[in-house]
Design a protein around this ligand. Structure first.
Ligand SMILES: Cc1cc2nc3c(=O)[nH]c(=O)nc-3n(C[C@H](O)[C@H](O)[C@H](O)COP(=O)(O)OP(=O)(O)OC[C@H]3O[C@@H](n4cnc5c(N)ncnc54)[C@H](O)[C@@H]3O)c2cc1C
Length: 386
């Protein structure tokens, strides 16, 4: 069965994909179940990933990166998803956290942080959400106050991916209480700063190898050059960076849905009931045919989004529509595929069982499906027609 062609990947990308696949099969797949028990990925895996050029591939040599391109980071994401490996938060580190530093960091902060993120010595996190504010980011209460040449940060964040491992955290804080989202600024905090601490590694229903934490900031004093960009422009920066974060969700969901489909295709050809293969029941055949058609549509949409993004043409509405659609696709595919596994689909040792629970969060983080619909609906109903 032929897959849709992906001509935007060049020969070097194909070679790189082989390297990444080998790395994931040797260094990640055999250990992932153990990391799920431990609720986290050990730091030496990050270092190995860095040594093998898997982190921040798109960051230029001038900024301390390998100077490859974004497609290499896409390949890393897809190869992890192919194995159902949700533990290593490389994607968030490389494609969500690093861009804030590259695009808005001072030369000093770039020099201080980026080479360590590329080498895997430092793990990155982004901390926007708080116990009282997730979708409604304008209501965050973490506050940064100017004190001489420094900023002093006080507040609390929750649900932070890579939170237990993080050495560098991009933090959203209020710098002007009165003006809501126009009073938010972004800062770089490093985990060695006095007053920074971590709370619990949060217990989730899925993605067990991923560390997700509460973070606390008690009079964390940071130098002025740890402010990203200009004061009070943080919300604008988030709006600028969120399309890439949402594209990452589409990329991950599509790749994980394809993996779930392949595991199921194998399973139904091996398992028998009523003296025939599960694959011989018309229900199975039609279900798989429909899912395959959905996956083709999803692949076409995902690749078109990647290409538009590479040209700087993927806007917030396009990325939101993709995130909405692909996260729902993943839920649909993992649910139908689990059903075709019967009882074994409910057993933890089967990858489809883990993929099913791991999928549920995709409709929630990086903006819930409802917020995606709000963004899209605003463009449809409120903006003048172009
Ligand atoms: C595993 C995990 C990892 C995460 N990683 C990170 C991270 O690394 N960094 C980070 O900053 N955050 C992270 N988050 C937080 C995540 O982005 C938020 O949970 C998400 O944005 C939703 O916010 P909330 O949980 O406060 O829900 P709420 O905003 O309280 O929403 C509750 C419900 O109300 C709905 N709702 C809210 N507003 C509207 C509206 N205007 N119209 C219609 N419905 C609405 C929502 O869609 C949802 O269904 C993570 C969360 C999880 C669970």
């Amino acid at each position: 069965m032929t897959s849709l062609p992906r001509p935007f990947f060049e020969a070097e990308h194909v070679t790189f994909r082989d390297q990444v696949r080998r790395f994931c099969e040797n260094e990640i797949a055999p250990k992932h179940a153990q990391w799920e028990q431990a609720h986290g990925v050990p730091l030496d895996v990050w270092k190995k990933a860095g040594e093998n050029g898997l982190l921040c591939c798109w960051v230029s040599e001038e900024d301390g990166g390998p100077g490859a391109d974004l497609l290499c980071d896409v390949i890393v994401a897809e190869e992890l998803c192919r194995l159902g490996a949700t533990g290593p938060g490389f994607n968030l580190h490389s494609l969500v956290v690093a861009p804030y530093i590259v695009h808005f960091g001072t030369p000093t902060i770039k020099q201080k942080v980026l080479p360590h993120m590329v080498s895997g010595d430092w793990v990155g996190s982004i901390a926007m959400t708080e116990p009282g504010a997730g979708s409604d980011l304008a209501s965050i209460r973490t506050r940064a106050t100017r004190d001489g040449d420094d900023w002093v940060i006080n507040g609390q964040k929750t649900f932070i991916t890579n939170g237990q491992n993080a050495h560098v955290i991009v933090v959203a804080a209020q710098t002007d209480d009165v003006h809501g989202n126009t009073g938010i600024s972004m800062f770089v905090v490093t985990a060695d700063m006095p007053g920074f601490s971590r709370g619990r590694n949060l217990h989730k229903i899925g993605q067990h190898a991923q560390d997700t934490a509460e973070l606390f900031f008690a009079n964390v004093r940071i130098p002025a050059d740890h402010l990203l960009g200009e004061v009070n422009k943080g919300f604008r920066y988030m709006m600028q960076e969120l399309p890439q974060e949402r594209l990452c969700i589409s990329i991950n969901c599509q790749a994980r849905a394809e993996a779930a489909f392949e595991w199921t295709q194998t399973y139904v050809k091996e398992r028998k009931a009523f003296k025939q293969r599960i694959a011989d029941f018309q229900n199975t055949r039609f279900k798989l045919a429909s899912l395959w058609a959905d996956l083709q549509a999803g692949r076409a949409l995902c690749d078109s989004m990647i290409q538009r993004h590479l040209k700087g043409e993927l806007d917030s509405v396009g990325a939101s529509a993709g995130k909405l659609w692909h996260s729902e696709l993943l839920d649909r595919v993992t649910d139908e595929c689990l059903q075709l596994h019967g009882g074994y689909g409910y057993m933890q040792e089967y990858p489809i069982a883990r993929a099913f629970v791991d999928a549920r969060i995709e409709r929630i983080y990086a903006g819930t499906s409802e917020i995606m619909k709000e963004i899209i609906a605003r463009a449809i109903c409120d903006e003048p027609r172009k």
